[in-house]
Design a protein around this ligand. Structure first.
Ligand code: CP
Ligand code: NVA
Length: 310
């Protein structure tokens, strides 16, 4: 693995190996064991959209690994004034050891990887959010033990979270049902690739998706970049696409709810359900830190983790 651009680039072994390293680094941190594996390395973090979790967890994670994080607001870079991504990639590759980028177009992340010569990590695009799904899978392993044959359901907008969740769930051996309204279904590319997989169901009916689910996911109805559609989307989503007690009554009794945050309470999730599942949701946020440290050590070739990761 040279980059983390999207989860479909990973094999199942690579996915499980990252998660295992995440658990290992989490335990070491809790036990007070230092992990300065990236001493002398610098991670550039380019942000073209807002962030709380991604920014802080990468920044703190890189520091805990003994390296240096460098926050780069896209609007302050020449990129923001039109310098091509191809040139930005070739310049930054000469200063940095890896780049994490949060931006709009997936193609920009792919171009950084193509023209640069250092590992690139996708910190969210309109199409994918791979780091979030790694954290979610790590959290589910902690609660449920294994991922194999669990039933996942996603309710809401077929956005970056839904797209990456479909890929990550199927790769991990779980099944995934997605309930989204017409016109807001997951990306065409995802539907073409996974549409015929017997472990993937797409429906407009949240009750069908959530039936017997072990884990239920949701996310905002209007993502970053969709703000102008907020009111229109509210009208489309509000009657049916909310994770609430009534919907969860058809899931498994021990159902776990995940939300990548930030949450719009009383929209995609009720405050009641959010608070009932808050321990899982905030553990999920914490695990961004641990699993992204795992991604960093794997991508930057730390020898002690190299053997479990080809
Ligand atoms: N879940 C997530 O990516 O959060 P931020 O937008 O705060 O980074
Ligand atoms: N789907 C959301 C996720 C935020 C972490 C967005 O793209 O805004």
């Amino acid at each position: 693995m040279n980059h983390l651009l999207k989860l479909s680039d990973l094999t199942k072994e690579e996915l499980l190996s990252i998660l295992e390293t995440g658990h290992d680094l989490k335990k070491k941190l809790k036990d007070g064991i230092e992990t300065p594996y990236l001493k002398g390395k610098t991670l550039g973090m380019i942000f073209q959209k807002a962030s709380t979790r991604t920014r802080v967890s990468f920044e703190v994670g890189m520091s805990q690994l003994g390296g240096k994080p460098l926050y780069l607001s896209a609007s302050d870079l020449q990129m923001g004034r039109g310098e091509p991504i191809e040139d930005t990639a070739r310049v930054l590759s000469r200063y940095l050891d890896a780049i994490m980028i949060r931006t709009f177009k997936q193609e920009d992340v792919e171009s950084l990887a193509e023209y640069g010569s250092i590992p690139i990590i996708n910190g969210l695009t309109d199409l994918y959010h791979p780091c979030q799904i790694l954290a979610d899978l790590m959290t589910i392993q902690e609660v449920k033990g294994s991922l194999e044959n669990l039933k996942f359901a996603f309710v809401g907008d077929g956005n970056n979270m839904a797209n990456s969740l479909i890929v990550g769930s199927l790769l991990a051996g779980a099944s995934i049902s997605v309930a989204s309204p017409k016109g807001y279904q997951p990306d065409e590319l995802i539907l073409e690739t996974y549409g015929k997989n017997p472990k993937f169901i797409l429906t407009e009916n949240p009750y069908e998706a959530v039936k017997d689910a072990d884990v239920v996911f949701t996310d905002v109805w209007a993502s970053m970049g969709d703000e102008s559609e907020t009111e229109k989307r509210k009208l489309i989503f509000q009657d049916l696409y909310q994770v609430n007690t009534e919907l969860l009554s058809v899931a498994q009794p021990e159902v776990m709810v995940q939300h990548c945050l930030p949450a719009h309470k009383e929209e995609e999730i009720t405050t009641e359900v959010f608070e009932q599942h808050a321990d899982y949701i905030f553990e999920e946020a914490e695990n961004r830190l641990h699993v992204q440290k795992a991604v960093l050590v794997h991508l930057m070739g730390v020898p002690m983790y190299a053997s479990e990761f080809k």
